[in-house]
Design a protein around this ligand. Structure first.
Ligand SMILES: Cc1cc2nc3c(=O)[nH]c(=O)nc-3n(C[C@H](O)[C@H](O)[C@H](O)COP(=O)(O)OP(=O)(O)OC[C@H]3O[C@@H](n4cnc5c(N)ncnc54)[C@H](O)[C@@H]3O)c2cc1C
Length: 385
């Protein structure tokens, strides 16, 4: 065997599985099609390390609790990458979510592991980075964390390597043939193909998850999922006080305005995407929608000519006819025990919960692997700078 755990995809999940597998003592190899990690969704997220206040509305309490625990761990293990920030929720006369609802949500969030929240005295509203005060009735302040998603992914990759994992960039998974003992994986590297034997194959290919499964024999069942694109825009300006959590006037979705690299980043949207994940691009209507939300809330207006950057990432959500906004954000670990028990696929998930997701992956594959002595505990492992 060339390795015991072979992972496809160096996004946050592939990186975290490589880290957890190496920490558990397994010979670990990660293949990534691009020249660097985090070229998929893991550099196009909202960059928040959070419990997800809005997931309380859809009753995802366990997810929120778990993400808040992981947020604490990341604040401790990667203080150079994850920073606690004040978040402000303004409530206007025409805001759909009323102050009492937000107060109840924040109280529950605190109970599940968040920090204490407060209402901001009226005298302090003028300091809120040009937030419109006409019609403003109250402003809540709570805390969550922000990161640089690509830098976080790189740090988890570096941690995996320091524990003995190997990462090969510009290596594209092409095909695998699996039996009861393991998988023979074919990859492409600089127009050449090669083969590797592994005991277990982890499919952490993000939006390409089903494309990878399609090239595995015997064919494992694939989950019926939708790809939903989320766009962010970057405009000039500065948000000195923190992050603003706004309700889009047209459809009441939660939109964030965040300080980002000395500018303002606004996101996100949800548009169904069909096609090659490598081709996902922001749509003009998404850019207009985000500018509309910004201009509704801030005195300083921005137009299309102010957008210095726009990027789109893909969420993998369970298929349904309903709006993406209310669908489960839980990570699904899929293993077709009858047809292909040596392949485990990661569907969806959150940047925030990458570590616990990876540990769950290891717990699932452990029975298929030889006994090994652990080298580290990811709960307390500091991430490199
Ligand atoms: C718009 C948006 C905002 C989000 N905001 C947040 C947030 O604020 N906080 C949060 O916690 N979560 C957030 N999420 C969720 C989070 O970003 C994702 O769950 C996470 O980044 C997915 O990581 P991944 O590793 O599964 O996929 P990806 O990052 O897409 O990585 C998959 C990797 O697999 C590689 N790959 C694919 N096919 C092959 C192949 N054949 N061979 C080799 N390599 C291959 C790709 O090149 C890629 O590098 C957001 C998601 C979206 C879409």
């Amino acid at each position: 065997m060339d390795c015991e755990v072979l992972i496809v995809g160096a996004g946050i999940h592939g990186a975290a599985v490589a880290q957890a597998a190496a920490a558990a003592g397994y010979r670990t190899l990660l293949l990534e099609q691009y020249a660097q990690p985090a070229q998929g969704t893991s550099s196009k997220s909202s960059k928040l390390i959070h419990g997800g206040l809005r997931y309380l509305e859809s009753g995802q309490f366990r997810l929120v609790r778990e993400c808040l625990v992981e947020r604490s761990r990341l604040l401790h293990n990667a203080p150079h990458l994850v920073e606690l920030k004040p978040f402000f929720i303004p409530v206007y006369a025409d805001t759909h979510r009323r102050a009492w609802q937000i107060r109840a949500g924040l109280a529950l969030y605190t109970l599940l592991g968040g920090k204490r929240f407060a209402t901001l005295p009226r005298a302090q509203w003028a300091r809120l980075d040009g937030l419109r005060t006409a019609g403003l009735q109250s402003v809540f302040r709570y805390h969550d964390a922000q990161t640089d998603d690509a830098a976080l992914t790189r740090a988890v990759c570096a941690s995996a390597v320091s524990l003995g994992a190997e990462i090969r960039y510009r290596h594209t998974f092409v095909q695998a043939h699996c039996d009861d003992n393991g998988c023979r994986v074919r990859y492409r590297h600089q127009d050449k193909t090669g083969e590797l034997d592994t005991a277990v194959l982890i499919n952490a290919a993000g939006a390409w998850v089903n494309a990878v499964l399609q090239d595995i024999e015997p064919a494992p069942a694939r989950l019926n999922v939708d790809m939903v694109q989320g766009t962010h825009i970057v405009i000039p300006g500065s948000l000195q006080q923190g992050i603003y959590y706004m309700e889009a006037p047209s459809d009441r979705r939660a939109i964030f305005a965040m300080p980002w690299q000395d500018n303002i980043m606004i996101g996100t949207t949800e548009s169904l995407f069909r096609g090659d994940p490598a081709q996902v691009r922001p749509l003009q209507e998404e850019i207009d929608y985000l500018l509309g939300v910004h201009n509704h809330y801030f005195e300083q207006r921005a137009d299309a000519s102010d957008v210095s950057e726009a990027f789109a990432g893909l969420r993998i959500l369970p298929h349904s006819e309903g709006r993406a906004f209310h669908r489960s954000r839980d990570t699904l670990l899929h293993l077709d025990r009858t047809r292909c028990p040596r392949v485990l696929s990661i569907y969806g998930g959150k940047l925030t919960s990458h570590r616990i997701t990876a540990e769950r992956v290891i717990a699932k594959i452990r029975p298929l692997l030889p006994r090994r002595t652990a080298r580290a505990d990811t709960r307390t492992l500091r991430l490199p700078a």
